[in-house]
Design a protein around this ligand. Structure first.
Ligand code: HEC
Ligand code: HEC
Ligand code: HEC
Ligand code: HEC
Ligand code: HEC
Ligand code: HEC
Ligand code: HEC
Ligand code: HEC
Length: 331
């Protein structure tokens, strides 16, 4: 095949300028939320687009190898489209495209960073990423025409989750296999402040001031113990628990063993339990839990993540280690 000549190339460029580049700008959209180069702490977020002149028929977001597509509804008064996506820890590069009947019409990129307190390499976002909070009066103005942005007294105690003022935009908060009761019943305001300040819906720190309001039995029990586990002692409950729910019992953010290994990676092999027995350690994962059959076996099968009476926070305190082993093994 003949190579493209310079004149041919020039013609292509002119054609591109005249026709293609023109259609590229035919439908403009703006990203209303979130802004570029920001960081968030929730892996489920929504990309909200504004499509003023109504030419686009679909909008897609591609991130982490997944494509999320929505068709643009035909409604009066401009078009907003809200696409829920899932982010991975660290840097996420999102490709946002809209298309009309003749193909892709516009493309924009968004860099977002998902910070995670549970991943050493993703605890500190690069300096160019600023923390993003959505619920400020300024941001909310764009949504008010279609969404209820000012909760009323009713929302303190809605009859069910679906009636909560938060549900339409935050369905994912109640999507875990295990759901926290105040969340599955729509009582968002048992933890989030109603305040109409610069930032709405904040929560009090440390977490335990919020958790112990309802979990006073645990508070009393743990206070009586001699040893308090580091992260629990400082009241950082949501480091390990997702306050809304998760796919693990007790709403832990990860399999409990993976939680523990974040800070105690040297215990991964389980050698510390039965060092030298068979040259291999005690299982710490992927086994049936003899004492708590409703959940997977983990470090928490032997250790209490909150408090205990011995230095090693064992669930079953025994004078002799052999007796201890017998809480699960018949010898
Ligand atoms: C023109 C009306 C309109 C405006 C303005 C609007 N939305 Fe929506 N939004 C809707 C409708 C209708 C739905 C439910 C149907 C759907 O998913 O498209 C929705 C759904 C959502 C969802 C849930 C998406 C999902 O996948 O479940 C989120 C999040 C959302 N909107 C956020 C926003 C935010 C934030 C703003 C302001 C920046 C906003 N919307 C402005 C009409 C609007
Ligand atoms: C119009 C949609 C919409 C409604 C209604 C809504 N939110 Fe949000 N909210 C968002 C968006 C968008 C974000 C940004 C993060 C994301 O994409 O999920 C957000 C973020 C948050 C955050 C994180 C802090 C922040 O400001 O970014 C909290 C907490 C929150 N919402 C609580 C609530 C509660 C409680 C309610 C009900 C009273 C509620 N939201 C109602 C759209 C909405
Ligand atoms: C048991 C307490 C509790 C309840 C109930 C609760 N939340 Fe939260 N929520 C929190 C805490 C704690 C945070 C983390 C805030 C922080 O990091 O400063 C949070 C964060 C959020 C965020 C920000 C994203 C994230 O996951 O960090 C959203 C959105 C949110 N909550 C929405 C809701 C909605 C909607 C409801 C009701 C359906 C609700 N919450 C009920 C405690 C709660
Ligand atoms: C408004 C009251 C309320 C608040 C505040 C609250 N919880 Fe709960 N929590 C409940 C209720 C109700 C249950 C369900 C108890 C049951 O089914 O026995 C529950 C259950 C739980 C469970 C599961 C218990 C199990 O048996 O596995 C965990 C874990 C938990 N909460 C952690 C927390 C944490 C962490 C906080 C603070 C971020 C918190 N809760 C704040 C009311 C609350
Ligand atoms: C180091 C991680 C970690 C921290 C921090 C933590 N928890 Fe837990 N929590 C767990 C694990 C793991 C379980 C499940 C235990 C099991 O499977 O036996 C659990 C279970 C629970 C339960 C279920 C009932 C029980 O007593 O086991 C409640 C309630 C609870 N945690 C509340 C809290 C509160 C409140 C705080 C903060 C004061 C907190 N947790 C801090 C890891 C943690
Ligand atoms: C955020 C980090 C963090 C996480 C996650 C964590 N721990 Fe810890 N753990 C600590 C700190 C800090 C101490 C106190 C350290 C010390 O004194 O050596 C500690 C102490 C302990 C001790 C007592 C050790 C001793 O010699 O005093 C045990 C047992 C323990 N953790 C088990 C667990 C288990 C089980 C989990 C998971 C459910 C877990 N930890 C999750 C930070 C963590
Ligand atoms: C089968 C029970 C069992 C399992 C599973 C288990 N441990 Fe232990 N762990 C023990 C015993 C027993 C001790 C030693 C107690 C003693 O000598 O006082 C101990 C001691 C510890 C200590 C304190 C002593 C030290 O060497 O620093 C930490 C921290 C610890 N375990 C963390 C973990 C973590 C993290 C996991 C999961 C990866 C885990 N353990 C799984 C039984 C267990
Ligand atoms: C909280 C319960 C619990 C305690 C306490 C416990 N184990 Fe285990 N142990 C288990 C479970 C669960 C398994 C896995 C069994 C399976 O896979 O069917 C296991 C497996 C083992 C195995 C077989 C390992 C293999 O790879 O097949 C040995 C050996 C063992 N435990 C020794 C001990 C010793 C020694 C102690 C006391 C220091 C102890 N265990 C304490 C729950 C426990």
């Amino acid at each position: 095949m003949k190579r493209l000549s310079t004149t041919g190339l020039a013609i292509c460029v002119i054609m591109y300028r005249l026709f293609i580049a023109d259609t590229l700008h035919a439908t403009t959209f703006t990203v209303l939320s979130p802004p570029n180069n920001t960081f968030v702490e929730s892996k489920q977020i929504s990309i909200v687009l504004s499509l003023p002149n109504g030419e686009a028929t679909t909008a897609s977001v591609i991130t982490g190898g997944k494509t999320y597509t929505k068709s643009v509804p035909t409604r009066a008064g401009g078009h907003k489209i809200c696409i829920g996506v899932t982010l991975a820890n660290g840097l996420n590069l999102l490709d946002i495209t809209t298309s009309n009947r003749s193909g892709i019409s516009e493309k924009e990129n968004l860099s977002l960073y998902l910070r995670s307190a549970l991943s050493k390499s993703h605890q500190n976002p690069p300096a160019e990423f600023k923390r993003y909070y959505f619920h400020t009066p300024a941001n909310e103005t764009a949504c008010a025409p279609c969404h209820k942005m000012e909760p009323t007294l009713y929302d303190l105690n809605p009859e069910k989750l679906e009636y909560s003022a938060c549900y339409q935009c935050h369905k994912d908060k109640a999507s875990g296999i295990y759901k926290h009761k105040p969340v599955s019943t729509g009582k968002c305001f048992s933890c989030h402040e109603v305040s109409r300040d610069k930032r709405k819906y904040t929560t009090t720190k440390p977490d335990q001031t919020m958790c112990f309001l309802c979990h006073s039995a645990q508070e009393r029990l743990w206070k009586k113990k001699r040893i308090h586990h580091g992260p629990t002692a400082v009241g950082n409950c949501t480091l390990c628990h997702d306050p809304h729910g998760s796919d693990w019992p007790s709403f832990t953010r990860l399999h409990p063993t993976d939680l523990c290994l974040n800070c105690h990676n040297d215990k991964k092999t389980g050698l510390h339990v039965i060092a030298g027995f068979f040259g291999k350690g005690h299982p710490v994962k992927a086994a049936k839990s003899p004492l708590k059959p409703d959940r997977p076996f983990s470090c928490a099968g032997c250790h209490n993540p909150h408090a205990g009476d011995t230095q090693s926070l064992l669930n079953k305190e025994r004078d002799k280690l052999e007796d201890y082993c017998q809480t699960c093994h018949k010898l």
